[in-house]
Design a protein around this ligand. Structure first.
Ligand SMILES: *[C@@H]1O[C@H](CO)[C@@H](O)[C@H](O)[C@H]1NC(C)=O
Ligand SMILES: *[C@@H]1O[C@H](CO)[C@@H](O)[C@H](O)[C@H]1NC(C)=O
Ligand SMILES: *[C@@H]1O[C@H](CO)[C@@H](O)[C@H](O)[C@H]1NC(C)=O
Ligand SMILES: *[C@@H]1O[C@H](CO)[C@@H](O)[C@H](O)[C@H]1NC(C)=O
Ligand SMILES: *[C@@H]1O[C@H](CO)[C@@H](O)[C@H](O)[C@H]1NC(C)=O
Ligand SMILES: *[C@@H]1O[C@H](CO)[C@@H](O)[C@H](O)[C@H]1NC(C)=O
Ligand SMILES: *[C@@H]1O[C@H](CO)[C@@H](O)[C@H](O)[C@H]1NC(C)=O
Ligand SMILES: *[C@@H]1O[C@H](CO)[C@@H](O)[C@H](O)[C@H]1NC(C)=O
Ligand SMILES: *[C@@H]1O[C@H](CO)[C@@H](O)[C@H](O)[C@H]1NC(C)=O
Length: 889
């Protein structure tokens, strides 16, 4: 065997990126209207990669490693092979009782293993042939009947365990839950009754004994005086054209574990009708004889423990000799298979991802979990909310952090104990990212908050994952070849598939919970492959998710609530998120319900400038509400307004827009992008100045301004505070570090120093700047409905130069949750992509550097003191002031 023990390792590299491809820029709308924006709200930058090995191993014969041929040595020395048997211990073979004598009343004397081709010498180097030294027929078996058709054969010595000769396990559960079983044998093929040269396998479908009894009765078969019994199983050939296996051979199922498969014997081929006829075969069921088998072996010299056929222990015992599961096999050659461990169905993971939280009731837990979808929001099953008559009080996450639940919303149509509308939303008292909590455990670096994102559309087809838990030993790979026992429980990541409602197989025990069957709020997932039982339990309330669809963001389709073995063999059921999106919006989006009552959303696809259709039929276009006096007046008088995509865009009658020419951008501002493109800029886009005041001692530079025209600098009102600066100094290399005298200052008339609304000011220079490739303006961002997601923040650094920080724009509604003042539409929040404190000094600039080298000014940071201790910065939103700026140029 040594030539097969080579292991091949191949390293695969994989990397992916969330950066936008090509020139496509990710844009964030001002107003949140969908759940399908997780990639924007929790945007992260960067790449990741991982490494996985690939193994090779020998292939042939392994599938039949437990299969023996039982032989009768003839006087001439030839052996006739008349029955099959199954190796179930190194020196015990299971067969049918009727196989222990042939028609000449002779007992068999040899068993041969590891030989596909029993009649030739081909492949014989792997074969092992052993003498039978003892035969144990079941004590209740009578040759005149088909009952208790089971026997054990003891071999002269142990077989040599190899990967082509090894024992099978036994299915000891009375419930035979499998939909397809397999029989093997060198059985006769077709009517000619010639022995086949090659070991065959055939797929069979178990059928109810009732149905089988129509064929086999005490009338048709005198060996069935009492008809078919409980300890007999019927199975019919799926294709109904080949034979059942050999008499005495196994009826089996391969169960998966450790990325391998182990055969479990469910029955022994007992009797059946002629080949080619679609009648079922009858098999002796193993489960009722399990104890007889163990006792018989124990009483006859085998040192087997009572739980020798416990599925877990049995599967582990010869784990190193088993075949790999099909899914990981990339290719086969006559002597090798190539496997890719990445494709395995179940992987061990160290812990649940941070977005899966455990529910707690004042210190107590049960087996209910939930999914974090936002810094302060967890979704879970309605059935999980109450435990021992108490409402859930806390969540545990990241193993040991505890956070209080402040509000619980259970779906109003949920009925206890019934599997419909089984969904609830928990609101948390603090953000899961709150530093008080996280720093305590993870230090000042915090951790990267990874929420789950909700899938809103129809359920896609294909592969997904669920969360499971199970014993480490029966699920590990790589280190498992010693088959050692490790009962510790580990988190599993089983890969399953979406199943149609029609192909969904639910274990019978769950049917009472689904009074009306499956509806379109349910998601059915699973695999047709069965696992070694009790090796994987679903984590209840955790997710059916995909984490490859959008790199870095797990996409949640549903919450698991029902199923065994993680949906393997029989499927599991989850509550679908998409189906409940509307209900979730009424709870999670502020004023969602109210706005639906009073506001008409004409067409949510319409953006600024698009034509739209009004209820009154007048020709109309989408414009910012400030540019539509008639709609504004109407809204103020009776609260009726017709909106386009967002609440800041109205469907304005064209006549009214003509009246209010406000949204026409000043030509100096409108021409900016073309101007800059033509300047052929070489240096990084820096159109920034330091604003300075001459004090008694020196020139004091307090904040930044942005050049927007040859004479105008934009900055914040909170920076200049009505005090006219003396000079502005152009930033950048020394040759351009020239100072310009300030002529006048204009602070926005509505600037409020308390909440920093309208925090904007303009400075006019005495001289006129001369554009060049190193001196050029920033252009104003004029889009009133969207801003680019990824921005650059410019701040003065310690060396009197400027520093860049990557920033991510946020919905105002998100920072409003913690902000102490009302955040207006004319303001904008942004944060660092990687958590932590991002408050910045006033006057810092938020820029977007377009691929055409034009830099746009998006925002100006407002008062630093007001964002202390928060993870975002509030900016003045430039697009709201384009008109004011234009008027005052
Ligand atoms: C014994 O087997 C050999 C080879 O399989 C065959 O040639 C021979 O005829 C057999 N002898 C008898 C008596 O069947
Ligand atoms: C036969 O195999 C069993 C199980 O591995 C072992 O316990 C027993 O010691 C072996 N017997 C001999 C004689 O090697
Ligand atoms: C067959 O079984 C039925 C009931 O199980 C019994 O009434 C009948 O006598 C049996 N027939 C024979 C031939 O034993
Ligand atoms: C096998 O034994 C283990 C440990 O006693 C037990 O947890 C498990 O449920 C058993 N497996 C089956 C299928 O009964
Ligand atoms: C919480 O878990 C972290 C990471 O597993 C660990 O470093 C820390 O010691 C734990 N703290 C407590 C109080 O258990
Ligand atoms: C996070 O912020 C704290 C101060 O609030 C700082 O000490 C720490 O270094 C920051 N960590 C990172 C990774 O920026
Ligand atoms: C604003 O940006 C969005 C998103 O890119 C776009 O669809 C819309 O047309 C833009 N509006 C204007 C007026 O350019
Ligand atoms: C609101 O007022 C406008 C006129 O100002 C009128 O045309 C419209 O019908 C009113 N809508 C409602 C619902 O009263
Ligand atoms: C300024 O803002 C604060 C807080 O929003 C508000 O209470 C106050 O009335 C505002 N002042 C003016 C003059 O609008």
């Amino acid at each position: 065997m040594t030539q097969y023990c080579m292991v091949f390792i191949l390293i695969l590299f994989y990397s992916n990126s969330t950066r936008s491809q090509g020139d496509e820029v990710l844009m964030l709308p001002n107003v949140r209207t969908t759940f399908d924006d997780c990639h924007l709200r929790f945007h992260k930058l960067g790449t990741f990669g991982f490494v996985r090995p690939v193994f090779g191993q020998p292939a042939r014969l392994k599938e039949f490693a437990h299969m023996g041929a039982i032989g009768w040595t003839q006087p001439n020395g030839n052996i006739s092979w008349k029955c099959g048997g199954t190796l179930i211990w190194p020196n015990f073979v299971l067969t049918a009782a009727h196989c222990v004598i042939d028609s000449q009343n002779q007992a068999p004397d040899v068993v041969r293993f590891g030989d596909l081709n029993i009649e030739t010498t081909e492949g014989d180097e792997y074969a092992q042939q052993l003498k039978i030294i003892d035969i144990f027929r079941h004590p209740q078996h009578r040759f005149i009947s088909h009952y208790h058709d089971i026997a054990l054969l003891k071999l002269e010595q142990n077989v040599t365990l190899t990967d082509v000769v090894s024992p099978a396990c036994l299915w000891t559960d009375e419930e035979v839950r499998f939909k397809i079983l397999e029989a093997t044998g060198w059985g006769k093929t077709g009517y000619a009754e010639n022995q086949t040269p090659i070991l065959l396998k055939v797929a069979l479908k178990p059928i109810e004994n009732d149905e089988c009894s129509k064929v086999y009765t005490n009338e048709t078969d005198r060996k069935l005086r009492l008809g078919l019994q409980e300890h007999q199983i019927c199975a019919v050939d799926k294709k109904m054209d080949t034979c059942e296996g050999d008499s005495g051979g196994p009826l089996q199922i391969k169960l998966m574990h450790n990325a391998k498969v182990t055969p479990f014997v469910v029955g022994i081929t007992s009797f059946g009708t002629a080949c080619g006829v679609s009648n079922p075969g009858v098999y002796t069921k193993i489960a009722p004889y399990h104890h007889w088998m163990v006792k018989t072996m124990q009483n006859n010299g085998a040192m087997v423990p009572d739980d020798v056929y416990n599925a877990t222990f049995c599967a582990l015992r010869f784990e190193s000799l088993r075949e790999y599961e099909d899914a990981i096999i990339i290719s086969r050659s006559p002597h090798f298979v190539w496997v890719d461990m990445n494709r395995r169905h179940i992987s061990l993971v160290d812990e649940l991802p941070s977005y899966i939280v455990r529910l707690a009731w004042n210190g107590e837990t049960n087996n209910c979990y939930g999914v974090i979808i936002d810094e302060d929001t967890v979704i879970t099953l309605a059935q999980c909310v109450v435990h021992n008559r108490e409402n859930v009080s806390h969540i545990h996450y990241l193993n040991n952090i505890t956070m209080k639940v402040s509000r619980i919303h259970v779906h109003p149509k949920y009925e206890q104990g019934i599997s419909y509308n089984n969904i609830a939303i928990l609101r948390l008292q603090h953000f899961v990212t709150a530093y008080d909590f996280v720093n305590q455990y993870y230090g000042t670096d915090g951790y990267n908050f990874d929420p789950a994102c909700l899938w809103q559309d129809e359920t896609p087809s294909g592969k997904v994952h669920v969360h499971g838990s199970g014993r480490r030993d029966i699920n590990r790979i790589f280190d498992s070849s010693d088959g050692s026992i490790d009962p510790s429980i580990s988190i599993l990541s089983p890969q399953v598939r979406f199943q149609n409602t029609s192909s969904c197989i639910i274990p019978k025990r769950y049917l009472p919970l689904l009074r009306n069957g499956l509806t379109n709020e349910h998601i059915c997932t699973g695999q047709n492959l069965f696992l070694v039982p009790k090796s994987c339990d679903l984590v209840i309330g955790a997710a059916v998710y995909e984490d490859e669809y959008r790199p870095l963001y797990p996409m949640v389709y549903g919450l698991n609530f029902l199923g065994r073995d993680c949906g393997f063999g029989e499927h599991s059921i989850a509550i679908g998120m998409a189906h409940h999106a509307e209900w979730m919006k009424t709870i999670l989006f502020s004023n969602y319900k109210e706005s639906h009552d009073t506001v008409h959303f004409i067409d949510t696809d319409h953006q600024e400038g698009d034509s739209c259709h009004r209820h009154d039929g007048r020709a109309a276009r989408c414009v910012p509400v400030s540019s539509c006096s008639s709609e504004w007046k109407q809204f103020m008088s009776n609260g009726t307004i017709e909106l386009c995509a967002t609440s800041s865009l109205v469907c304005c009658p064209s006549n009214d827009i003509a009246e209010t020419q406000q949204n026409v951008i000043h030509p100096l501002l409108a021409g900016c992008p073309t101007l800059v493109k033509n300047l052929n800029i070489s240096s990084p886009a820096r159109s920034l100045v330091f604003i300075g005041w001459l004090t008694s001692e020196a020139m004091e530079f307090r904040c930044l301004g942005t050049i927007i025209t040859k004479k105008i600098i934009l900055t914040t009102a909170s920076c200049v505070e009505d005090e006219i600066p003396t000079v502005v100094q152009i930033s950048g290399k020394s040759e351009t570090q020239k100072m310009y005298e300030v002529d006048a200052l204009l602070v926005h008339y509505a600037f409020n120093a308390t909440d920093d609304t309208n925090d904007i000011a303009m400075i006019r220079l005495r001289d006129t700047l001369v554009w060049s490739s190193v001196l050029f303006p920033s252009c104003l961002w004029t889009n009133t409905t969207h801003v680019p997601l990824v921005l650059s923040m410019i701040s003065p650094d310690d060396t009197e130069d400027i520093g860049h920080t990557e920033m991510v724009a946020m919905y105002n509604s998100d920072c409003q949750r913690t902000h102490m003042y009302d955040i207006q539409d004319s303001q904008l929040c942004a944060r660092k992509p990687f958590k932590n404190f991002t408050c910045n000094a006033m006057g810092d600039q938020l820029l977007f550097n377009s691929s055409s080298r034009v830099s746009y000014i998006i925002g100006l940071s407002t008062d630093f003191d007001k964002c202390k201790d928060s993870y975002y910065t509030v900016f003045t939103r430039i697009s709201s002031f384009v008109h004011w700026i234009g008027m005052n140029i």
